[in-house]
Design a protein around this ligand. Structure first.
Ligand code: C5J
Length: 232
């Protein structure tokens, strides 16, 4: 666009190789850091998971959020959840596994995985600011049945810094979708988490294997530094 100064190029220490990116064409995408996944009484716990395992990702994700805001990156938050009438929830998803409480059932944070309920909210440490897009998604991938592609293309985004939960489910599905759409994806390892630690490690290993077949993996400290560093 005429009159827009060129974005300075930043260098990010990542695996399998360092990566150059420009703040103006880079977005931070924070996947599903919702109470339903991170707090007791929500969807994650209903599936038999120890939700305390996800807490470690909050502080690194908050550091990423602060750094991205300072650097002027587009910040996109996603939330997994369904309409109150469950019209966008496939019966096969509702019935999956042997949960103690199913999607749409009443729980300690309102109806489980339903938009508008307390459990659907993003945790307070990562609350979106006005103007930051919040993408509500019915599936695991953030591109499926959402307007994320339009949000990114309107800003000419080329590179995604991705964090959130869970590493091997919604983070991985979104990165795979994004990779196929031509985005360069950097998964911020310590700002992601899984209920199953071995799956977190395997998920990260799969991203960066084979020369970065799905993208890159970096630590939040390196990414914050590449974004200009400094305190929140
Ligand atoms: C899951 C997610 N694990 N956000 N959702 O069901 O990863």
């Amino acid at each position: 666009m005429a009159g827009t100064p060129p974005s300075p190029t930043a260098r990010l220490e990542a695996e399998p190789a360092p990566l150059a990116f420009e703040a103006g064409t880079t977005a931070l995408v924070i996947i599903d850091m919702q109470r339903d996944f991170l707090e007791p009484g929500g969807f994650g716990e209903s599936l038999g998971n120890d939700v305390s395992r996800l807490a470690a990702a909050i502080a690194p994700a908050a550091a990423m959020l602060a750094a991205a805001r300072r650097a002027g990156l587009l910040v996109v938050h996603t939330r997994e959840g369904h309409r109150p009438d469950l019209s966008d929830a496939p019966p096969a998803k509702i019935a999956r596994g042997a949960p103690a409480a199913r999607i749409g059932d009443p729980g300690r944070m309102g109806r489980i995985l339903i938009r508008g309920e307390p459990g659907h909210d993003i945790v307070p440490a990562l609350r979106p600011r006005p103007g930051e897009p919040v993408v509500d998604k019915p599936g695991k991938g953030a591109f499926y049945a959402t307007d994320l592609a339009g949000i990114l293309s309107a800003r000419r985004i080329e590179t995604l810094l991705v964090c959130g939960v869970t590493t091997e489910v919604c983070v991985h599905t979104t990165v795979r979708e994004a990779n196929d759409r031509g985005y360069r994806c950097v998964v911020i390892a310590d700002a992601c988490a899984s209920y199953i630690p071995a799956f977190h490690e395997a998920g990260l290993a799969m991203i960066k294997a084979q020369g970065g077949i799905f993208g890159w993996v970096a630590q939040s400290a390196a990414a914050v530094s590449a974004l200009g560093g400094g305190a929140a």
